[in-house]
Design a protein around this ligand. Structure first.
Ligand code: NAI
Ligand SMILES: NCC(=O)COP(=O)(O)O
Length: 324
């Protein structure tokens, strides 16, 4: 049997465990990193007649029909669907940390993550911004890039989970240059795009309107784009963000680089919510994730759509087969 694709279901009170169970029951390549009892309770709620088989990434036992495979990690407290509990924050990060380590040392083929709740982890006293930042730190990588993918529409971010007030100061020449290099590299070598055409958005309305609505485009973004074009990257911009992603135009690009989270992601999610995938570029291993959060309002009600998780698993398999 080939190395497993690990799946961390995320917060035990969210929709992650139920969509993970639904998918793992039909996708034998998945090894869930989770509490076995949590999975059994979800299988029962879903009415799925499926056993939970405990194993670890080194275990090459063949998947048994009618079962899901679980690398066990113990919950601190039994979950209540829809109600996040700070007592389980350590469990969520333990699942993620173990999975990342198994990818880093080659025991696993890659990682697909379900949704966790950033707020409750901080509430537990653990500073936490997101999977992206956590995995970068665990891997010892200074810079990674978050990119969401909906079919051929791809939106990457120059900054990730930052208060809006801090965004302009975070857009510096060196970080922007490194973001562009990672994006270009991973589009070529993970996504097999020969010469990626990347549209870069401005930060200010109308990309600064020639300096009358902000100077970041003139002082930071344009000089970086010019230097990177000289280095061989195919870059367009800085473009006004309000018109760069209209459907006819966005088809010309292999990816759009937005300057901040809520500049790029609402457009991508409007186009593909429920089917889109979050990919971390620049990591030494493959990581994809769902496009949605914990959806506490519908957790435990068997109403969650597993479309984005399925797309995340499929994309991980595709990227794995593209690897040189
Ligand atoms: N990959 C991850 O770990 C992500 C985690 N989050 C976290 O999730 C928490 C809640 O975030 P929200 O902004 O409320 O977004 P959310 O995505 O959890 O919910 C927004 C709306 O979409 C619906 N929805 C979400 N996923 C669905 C699914 N699979 N099927 C059907 N309907 C679905 C929800 O019911 C809700 O009405 C936050 O703590 C946030 O940080 C948010 C995005 C990604
Ligand atoms: N909006 C995307 C998001 O919040 C997911 O972030 P991450 O947990 O994958 O870093």
């Amino acid at each position: 049997m080939s190395r497993s694709l690990l799946l961390t279901p995320g917060d035990p009170a969210g929709v992650g465990p139920e969509i993970a169970c639904r998918l793992a029951s039909v996708r034998p390549e998945l090894l869930l990193v989770a509490d076995p009892g949590l999975l059994e309770r979800n299988l029962e709620r879903l009415g799925l007649d499926c056993k939970v088989l405990e194993c670890d990434p080194e275990d090459d036992s063949v998947h048994e029909p009618g079962s899901i495979r679980c690398w066990p990690v113990e919950l601190a407290r039994i979950e209540t669907p829809g109600r996040v509990d700070p007592a389980n924050a350590g469990y969520v990060l333990d699942c993620l940390g173990r999975a990342a380590d198994a990818c880093l040392d080659g025991r696993a083929a890659g990682l697909v993550t379900g949704p966790l709740h950033k707020g409750v982890i901080n509430q537990a006293g653990i500073p936490f911004s997101g999977h992206t930042e956590f995995l970068a730190e665990r891997a010892g990588v200074e810079r990674v890039v978050m990119m969401l993918v909906a079919g051929r529409f791809r939106v990457a971010l120059a900054t990730t989970h930052l208060p809006l007030r801090e965004v302009p100061d975070a857009i510096q020449a060196d970080s922007l240059r490194r973001t562009l290099r990672i994006l270009d590299h991973d589009l070529r070598f993970r996504f097999a795009i020969e010469r990626p055409r990347i549209a870069v958005l401005g930060l200010n309305p109308h990309a600064g309107e020639g300096g009358y609505l902000g100077r970041e485009e003139i002082e930071v973004i344009e000089p970086v784009l010019e230097a990177e074009r000289q280095a061989g990257l195919d870059l367009i911009g800085p473009l006004p963000a309000d018109t760069a992603m209209v459907p006819e135009r966005v088809r010309e690009f292999d990816a759009v680089l937005a300057m901040y989270h809520d500049q790029g992601l609402p457009v991508l999610k409007y186009a593909g919510f429920g089917q889109a995938v979050n990919v971390t570029l620049g990591l030494p291993f493959l990581r994809t994730s769902v496009d949605h959060g914990t959806a506490l309002d519908i957790a435990g009600k068997n109403r969650a759509d597993a479309g984005s998780l399925l797309a995340a698993v499929d994309l991980a398999m595709q990227l794995q087969s593209n690897a040189p």
